[in-house]
Design a protein around this ligand. Sequence first.
Ligand code: GLA
Length: 640
Amino acid sequence: MTVRSLLASAALAGLVALSTPALAQGVPGTDPLAATGRWSIPERAQARTPPMGWNSWNAFRTEVDEAKVVGAAKVLVDSGLAKLGYTYVNIDDGWWLKRRPSDGRLEIRTAIFPSAKVKDGDTSFRPYTDALHRMGLKAGIYTDIGRNACSQAYDLHSPNLPEGTTVEREVGLQGHVDQDIALYFQDWGFDYIKVDACGINVYGPETHIVREHGYRAVPPLIDQASINRTDVPAVRARYAEVAQALKAHNPDGDYVLAICNWGSADVRSWGKDVGHLWRTSGDITPTWTRMLHNFDSASTRALYAKPGAWNDPDILFIGHGEFDQNHLTEARSHFALWAMINAPLLISYDLRQAPPSLMDIWGAADIVRLNQDPGGHQGVIAYASDDVQIIVKTLAGGRKAVALFNRGLGKTDVTLTAAQLKFAADAPVQLKNLWDKTAPPPFTGETTFTLEPRQTLIFEATGTRQLRDGVYLSEIPGDVNVAVDGVVAPEPDPVVHRMRNAWGETRGSGERPTYAGWGGAQADATPYDQALRIGGQGFDTGIGVLANSRIEVRNTGHTRFEAQVGVDDSTRNTRDKVRFAVYGDGKLLAQTPPMGLGEAPRLLAADIRGVRLVEIVARSEAGASDLPLVVAWGDAALRR
Ligand code: GLA
């Protein structure tokens, strides 16, 4: 019997009499790789599926007013969109008048929100949120993590900028977290808050806004062009303080925190631990290539999203520019893509005059349903290229949704294989087109479609699962939490479409990768976007991650964990060795001896009967290193 099969059978028999080096077991509290037996993301009552609703920004910028917002709310209800799930009605930037100097209370611009004028010259959104709640809707508000908001820097000609002295115009959370959160949620009755980050980004001492517009200077915590010049712990701590205040003021958990720092400060890695959703990129614009950019910033982060915690590639821009009613192919693609990657579905259009062709897109019930699937599994890229992508999403109950996406300007043939769906190649696969409800004849093995430029075909797929007695971890990102991803030095992610400057200019030297997260854990790929490969053997499925990582997996009734593990052939660190270990509810179940580059994959298996939380840990024998050590959990699966 080989060491490998000995290990596997000992683990399977529940006889894990392996010696447990202190290093592998870890010391709780000090060792981030120590198994905890605990799902480390806070249990969240809200946003168990991606938030849906309406936001004022892409439709109106700061020219928002009560008639427009309540008008949108009415259409949501009357059209049936609210019933489909579009329930959050979110006011974005532009609502403030000022902060009252005497007691720091915020005042609403009643000229645009007349119902906010209440007795004694005070202002309150309570009449407005009461009205929304009576309609069966929920209410969202907008603020900034610093002293000043984005409009105060970027919308200088707006009639709706906060007024008064420097202090009166400081309407953001800085220095007022507890007071403002209590005001928004307890006094005013909001359910959702978007917290922007311009206040800690663009009000530096030498800026024209500070010099010419009398704002207080704030040394920036964020430098969007440099992760090394961004104070990641400080940015995270600011948002964590807000999360804490929200919890304190909403004991029933009825709130949503939307972090809006545009993918900066490595939020793509820690957003899940702090908020319900976090922007993964800069602002979307109504252009095809910017949509690609925003999509890419979230589509490669499947393992970081799950119920209560979502990647946010930004508000929908359907209805405008290259997604207007003359560009329905583009608009449908935008919608299908957002649905597939569990993005929030926030409409931003003047719904009082929405044409039926656009209402049909937002109202595509089958597509909304797959976005809102209770499993919460973000779609995973099954075929990656800059021209065509195939994205596959596991639905609760094991069915699949698949999108075939033509990113380019030419017509193209796209072949979909059963293997990409993780379905058996010798059994028929049935597709149902979710736009036109047609069902092409069942296929076995593979089938080919011709896609128009920029078209996305989106199907529900039924077939025989490749893994008949279980599920691959990469099929269930919603049940996987990357607790520690092993990234030592955050790096910008180069696999994000680099459109020309979002505002159309081509001055300067071009668009550079900016969003940290490169090197994070990946489903069915390595952290650096290579195919998984151990000792020359390729794996179509598995988890790619760096060494010194710990991944939590929820187990609902499976009895066996299994993976083919080893150092990935693509690693830059070719020297250090890694030990792979599996824990069940905090207890070591099985582990490998130290493994190095070039070694054949080893089967690591463990009996997980009755275990609720499986943790898989890859620990470098050499400790932390700046030289990334890529490992693969090939074919990692929960089985029965
Ligand atoms: C930033 C955000 C946008 C919007 C504006 C408001 O740019 O990213 O979504 O909220 O601010 O000024």
